[in-house]
Design a protein around this ligand. Structure first.
Ligand code: ATP
Ligand code: SF4
Ligand code: MG
Length: 350
């Protein structure tokens, strides 16, 4: 499927020929909103990238800007919200400098997003088959018969049993997990280079969650697409991610490959997150410690470190100096903590 439509996207063919395999490269993204209490930066200088065939996990508390980052990058942020700086390079093309027309073409063909609620994302009055066909026919010069054949093949790819028969069913005739599979089928229909899955399993029970993640990973491996997995579930991160970006108050506070992030976190917020969220990979009964306090108000951020009020390691200058995301010390392991060395095991002070 991916190969079949690759020729229709000459602008993306370049990506496969270049040495780099980074497919989505977000640089210095800033997204702001005006509120009655002043301007708020919902996304503050976020830079991240994901490569072909790799999974980037995006974690952080509710409201930390995970979803907004990707809505902004794809040009689908809510109308009140303005992207005021940055680039979102998709196979070299800046989405933020693209026309609405170009963006519409790229969404679906080059990048797709799957959300957490499969019931509201599907239209209840149309059959699943007609909804998949619509996605295909909006972008490809194919007739109804071919669209139907491709829709069957797509349902088969996401492991929906008896796909030819299920095509004429309506969304309510599918279970939650099956509906999520249908949405994934629609998201991969045009062979995107990047699939962004925003809490794709939150509404599902644990067994089905695991199956959906297995499916996403399998599709990623088969097609070589890049996967962005936005999740609260650190167990899923440990099992499925290659790299992790940890968000706090609209910024990335730590970014690293999955192993060093789990074994040697270099930001106190990451360590707090590990202590506060149940992990499927941990011994049952492990004691959880909620992170004390609340995330800061984005319209009234403290001057220094946004995590200072909740940080056990806070020092005097933390409320004055704003920590930048810097190598800690490995260039592939970034931390936005002034005192990351204290977490590095050698207890060193800067
Ligand atoms: N339409 C909007 N107008 C103004 N602010 C918004 C709008 N949508 C979201 N926000 C704010 O943007 C910030 C980031 O929200 P976002 O949805 O990206 O968080 P998130 O990390 O995805 O959280 P969750 O884990 O709950 O999905 C939050 O402070 C939220 O209140
Ligand atoms: S900069 Fe200071 S307050 Fe912020 S996370 Fe590091 S030690 Fe804590
Ligand atoms: Mg979200």
């Amino acid at each position: 499927m991916t190969n079949a439509i690759a020729d229709t996207r000459p602008e993306l063919a370049v990506a496969t020929q270049t040495a780099t395999d980074v497919v989505l490269d977000v640089r210095g993204l800033v997204t702001e909103v005006q509120t009655p209490r002043g301007s708020a930066r919902l996304v503050d200088n976020v830079s991240l990238s994901v490569s072909a065939g790799r999974t980037l996990a995006v974690v952080g508390e509710s409201g930390s800007g995970k979803t907004m980052t990707f809505l902004s990058a794809l040009g689908i942020a809510p109308p009140a919200v303005r992207v005021t700086a940055g680039q979102a390079l998709l196979a070299g093309q800046d989405l933020l400098a693209s026309t609405p027309e170009q963006l519409r073409t790229l969404r679906g063909t080059a990048v797709s997003m799957v959300f957490q609620d499969p019931l509201t994302a599907l239209n209840p009055v149309f059959t699943v088959g007609s909804q998949i066909s619509e996605v295909l026919r909006a972008h490809l010069p194919i007739g109804p018969r071919e669209a139907r054949e491709r829709a069957v093949a797509l349902l088969e790819r996401v492991h929906i049993p008896s796909p030819a028969r299920r095509l004429d069913d309506y969304p309510h005739q599918f279970s939650g997990g099956m509906r999520q599979r249908v949405l994934i089928a629609m998201a991969i229909a045009l062979g995107p280079r990047v699939l962004i899955a925003d809490e794709p399993t939150t509404a599902l029970d644990v067994t089905v969650q695991a199956q959906i993640l297995e499916l996403l990973t399998q599709l990623r491996e088969e097609s070589g697409m890049a996967l962005v997995l936005i999740t609260h579930d650190l167990g899923l991160v440990a099992r499925h991610a290659d790299e992790v970006a940890v968000f706090y108050a609209g910024r990335i506070v730590e970014r690293a490959a999955v192993d060093p992030l789990f074994t040697e976190p270099r930001h106190p917020y990451t360590t707090s997150l590990f202590r506060s969220i149940p992990r499927l990979d941990e011994t049952p009964g492990t004691k959880l410690t909620p992170i004390s306090g609340q995330p800061p108000n984005l319209t009234n951020l403290p001057r220094g470190c946004a995590f200072a009020a909740r940080c056990d390691m806070r020092a005097d200058d933390c409320s004055v100096r704003r920590p930048e995301l810097v190598p800690a010390p490995d260039p592939d392991h970034l931390s936005a903590c002034l005192y990351w060395q204290r977490l590095s095991g050698d207890g060193g002070l800067p």
